[in-house]
Design a protein around this ligand. Structure first.
Ligand SMILES: [Zn+2]
Length: 462
């Protein structure tokens, strides 16, 4: 499984059709290129969980790239908050649900290259986690060196190919992040993004030619996918500054040590955010009980152009969904049946929906502006680590104006199509229909002849 991190389905198809990615074109000719949905939040880290654990990010304890730990069981030294951007990335494996196995634990021996989730990998099965590598990546990130990311991608691709050539490996997860980094810096249509795409192509070509040479190719499944899309950002809403202006005291990265804060602001991607209210309480307060001093806040946020959807969790099985200027609806679920009921409007634009199963909920939303939003919102709201207001940004907007080494001109993280739709390229025709990234892990297990755990959110397309 190769992750071309952040590539949109149309951008990948254009590269293939334009003759710029011959190795990927060969995969498509022998198999199929599909458009499937990622998970919410559509951001690297949380959105890798479906590929590696067959579960939604909220289900395994990664509600965002940044989140606030209301329970205060962990992250005491970090202001009770997590940011996986930087050194805290090493905590991902201990933060994720212990009862949910990773594919690395089920398919041994495995390889993980730049895999944010690595539980089950031995040291020599990891690429991109040595101290020297991390130091280089950190320097590249914080200096805002965009070309440097491409050099890192080349290195990761070559090292991964070398490992697969020399070691017997059942499953490999190879993440190449150049497309995402260059897209953030210059937009996904920029020339430099084609250079990043070329590295994905060359990595596939090398792995394939090695496998053909020593007779492994006939049995090899080689898949290329992405964990989120991308779309242009023209304006940044500095949520932290905005809330301060409204008189609230905030806790937010990189300064997550405000012991007198009213609101924790945890942004991912940067087009989504969790806001945690009454953060001195160790249990989730839920709406409308929260009310009181917070009553005005949702309306005030909905007056901002940056807000597209505003989600208010009301129980582990329900929430209100507000659309800016489009009224509110209720979403309720239990035992994988979902009901969506417009109240003062229809923010998702899908009409009333009663007692849908997972596949129906997918089909009814796929062509809307919010593909798979019903299932994705339900699983995020149900996460005990999620916020009390969940924001999904409007097009052209994101939620972080400061502290990015490279100013973002393109972003992801939100629920709309440009962020949620991702490509999946398979070198063999699947028996079923690939729908979601969460289906990839069970499909990989099926291809390997490994029985899938019963706890998975996804289903095999093989
Ligand atoms: Zn990104």
């Amino acid at each position: 499984m190769i992750i071309a991190d952040g590539v949109r389905p149309d951008a990948l198809a254009r590269s293939i059709d334009g003759g710029h990615s011959p190795a990927l074109a060969a995969l498509r000719d022998e198999g199929q290129l599909s458009t499937i949905t990622s998970a919410f939040p559509s951001v690297t880290g949380p959105a890798y969980a479906p590929f590696l654990m067959g579960r939604y990010p909220g289900s395994i304890g990664l509600p965002g790239l940044r989140w606030y730990d209301r329970s205060r069981r962990i992250a005491r030294l970090s202001g009770h908050a997590r940011s996986y951007v930087g050194p805290e990335m090493r905590f991902v494996d201990r933060d994720i649900d212990r009862a949910s196995p990773t594919i690395f634990e089920l398919a041994k021996p495995s390889l993980g290259a730049l895999s944010v989730i690595g539980r089950g990998l031995r040291r020599r099965e990891r690429i991109g986690q040595s101290a020297a590598f991390v130091a280089r990546a950190a320097a590249t990130h914080f200096r805002g060196n965009v070309r440097g990311w491409l050099a890192i991608d080349r290195l990761v691709g070559e090292e991964a190919a070398l490992h697969l050539r020399k070691q017997r490996t059942r499953f490999a997860f190879i993440a190449l992040t150049g497309i995402d980094k260059t897209s953030h810096a210059q937009g996904q249509d920029a020339q430099i993004v084609s250079d990043a795409m070329r590295i994905v192509n060359d990595t596939v070509a090398e792995i394939r030619s090695d496998a053909e040479r020593d007779g492994r190719w006939k049995k090899m499944s080689l898949w290329v996918g992405s964990d989120h899309g991308h779309s242009p950002v023209r304006e940044h809403e500095d949520l932290v500054a905005l809330l301060a202006e409204w008189g609230y005291s905030t806790l937010a990265h990189p300064w997550a040590f405000n012991t007198s804060a009213d609101i924790a602001v945890m942004v991912s991607g940067n087009a989504m955010a969790h806001l945690y209210l009454d953060i001195d309480q160790k249990t989730r307060p839920w709406w409308p009980a929260l009310g009181g001093r917070w009553n005005d806040l949702p309306e005030r946020l909905l007056s901002r152009q940056s807000v597209d959807l505003l989600i208010l969790p009301s129980s582990p099985g329900s929430c209100e969904i507000h659309g800016r200027g489009r009224g509110a609806a209720m979403l309720a679920w239990s035992e994988a049946r979902y009901s969506y009921t417009p109240r003062t409007g229809d923010p998702l634009g899908i009409g009333e929906q009663k007692s849908l199963g997972d596949d129906e909920a997918y089909d009814r939303t796929f062509d809307s502006d919010y593909p798979d939003a019903i299932v994705q919102i339900a699983h995020l709201v149900a996460s005990p680590r999620s916020g009390d207001i969940i924001l999904s940004a409007a097009r052209d907007w994101d939620y972080r104006a400061r502290y990015e080494p490279i100013p973002h001109v393109s972003s992801h993280g939100a629920l709309h199509r440009e962020h949620m739709l991702v490509p999946l390229l398979l070198n063999r025709l699947p028996a079923g229909i690939p729908r979601r990234t969460v289906d990839v892990m069970p499909s990989a297990l099926a291809a390997l002849g490994i029985t899938a755990p019963k706890t998975l959110d996804g289903v095999s397309f093989f």
